[in-house]
Structure formats: structure tokens, C-alpha cells
Write a protein that binds this ligand. Sequence first.
Ligand code: COA
Length: 260
Amino acid sequence: MDYKNILLDINEHIALVTLNRADKLNALNHETLVELKEVFERLKSDENVFVIIITGSGEKAFVAGADISEINKLNMLEGKVFAEFGQEVFSFIEKFDKPVIAAVNGFALGGGCELALSCHLRLASENAKFGQPEVNLGIIPGYGGTQRLARLINSGRAMEMILTADLIDANEALRIGLVNKVFPQIDLMSKAFEMAAKIASKGQQAIRLAVKSVKTVDEVSLQEGLNFEATHFALSCGTEDFKEGTQAFLEKRKPNFINK
Ligand code: COA
């Protein structure tokens, strides 16, 4: 299936999702958000896909935000629907049990920063810039920025980024824990694929249970999280890959995972 604003390429268990409106710095209009949801629904049911990478087309932007030409027309009620739909799409990505890596190749502003925040891992090119500049437009972040940014870094730094609308560069993003790694732009995609391939080489039942377990940290108390972890650990003990992984270690050979 083809999409108007998104390129989807699946190879060797890795899906590459490219936001493809480079002339608008990959700004997320409604049509693109709808397509993004469709793409992720498709990837969820595709058993051949183990890991997803999201990036933006061109060398300038990951995503420069929600499309301001659409925001400009919103009234109050439409604003609520607008924010809730973006939140729904980004929560779907965040709750994906297959790992999602954001390869941030330039501006990640507003909805672009919020999209990166909803991914499980964030890699950035040296020219990447992150920010929540919504107050410059007289609005606030609406696709989860006030919540996910405060949880990922801390509320003080999130407050500073949101209230000043200042952009931060990739090295500052690395320093404050907003991204996992920074690479020269020319290496970004090969490094993202390298990480995705490493994850894809593991037993995928364990990978998915690990993603679900770590993601509970934002939603539950420590004790509830530990309960989830014990349950997910028990589930991993019921897999074929658990038998294979432990047996391979004892036999001093590489495991041959079958993802069951
Ligand atoms: N929504 C709609 N269109 C956008 C956009 C957005 N969020 N961000 C960029 N564009 C469009 C521009 O309007 C321009 O379109 P045009 O060529 O038809 O005029 C095109 O993308 C290129 O952007 P431009 O502003 O000319 O590039 P620049 O290099 O001068 O500046 C930015 C880059 C990212 C600093 C600037 O585009 C910007 O500030 N964008 C908005 C960021 C923002 O506020 N995001 C949060 C939205 S809630």
C-alpha cells in the first residue's frame, strides 16, 4: 500500500518509516497523522517486522511540528479534537511492543519533538535541534510534550524548554538525556540500522516483554512495576527462545532464536 506523505520500506525485519513532506520540513498535517496511524497498525500485525525506525526526509528536518496552516484555523472545540487525535497516534506508537527508534535527522520541533518522545529510543544527527516552541504561537504543546518531556528529562528542564521556547542542539539533548546517542549526519541512518539489527537478532518475545516492562515505569508505582516485571519474566520463561538462549550459553554456542 502506498501513502501520500510517508514512505514505508521493510527489509530484514526492520521497517523504515520516513515522513516525506520535505518541502514543509515534514510538518505533520492531519493527513500525515492519519497515515502514520495506518502505517503503525499495519506494522503491528506484520509478523515479519521486529523493529521500526522513524525518520524525516531531507537533510534539514525530522519533523518541524504540527502543520501551523491547519492549527491556525482551529477553534476551541476543534483544538481539543486536534490534540486528542495527535495524542492517540503518539500513544499508539509509545505503547507499541515492537521497539521504535527515532532517527532525528534535523529539526524536531513541537509535534516533531513529541513524536521523538513517543518512540522508545532516540538517535540524533549532530545538526538536530529539539524544541517545544508552541508558546511562540500562543498555544502549548498538545501532542504529549508537557507530559512526556517532563517524564523523560525532568520537570524543571521541560518547563524551561516549554516556557522559553528555546531550541537545544543535539549535544545538549544528549547531556540531558533527551537522546540516546549523537552521530554525524552522514552516519545517522547506518547507526540506526545497526542498532535495529542488533535488537532484531535477539529473541523477539523477550524484546517485546522488555519494552512493555520498561514502559510501565511512567504509569504505575514501583511495586506494581515490579509485579509487571515478574509476570513478564515468567512469560519469557515460557518461550522456546528462553530454552534455546540458556541452552546455547551452556553449550558455548550462539543461540538460534525462532521468536516463539
Ligand atoms: N507547519 C507548517 N509549515 C511549516 C512548518 C510547520 N510547523 N515548519 C516549516 N514549515 C514550512 C514553511 O512554512 C516553509 O514553507 P514554504 O516554503 O511554503 O513557505 C517550509 O516549511 C520551509 O520552512 P522555512 O521556515 O522556510 O525554513 P527555515 O530554514 O527558514 O526555518 C524552522 C526552519 C524550523 C526554524 C522554521 O520553519 C520554523 O520555525 N517552523 C515552525 C516550527 C514550529 O513552531 N513548530 C511547532 C508547531 S506547533
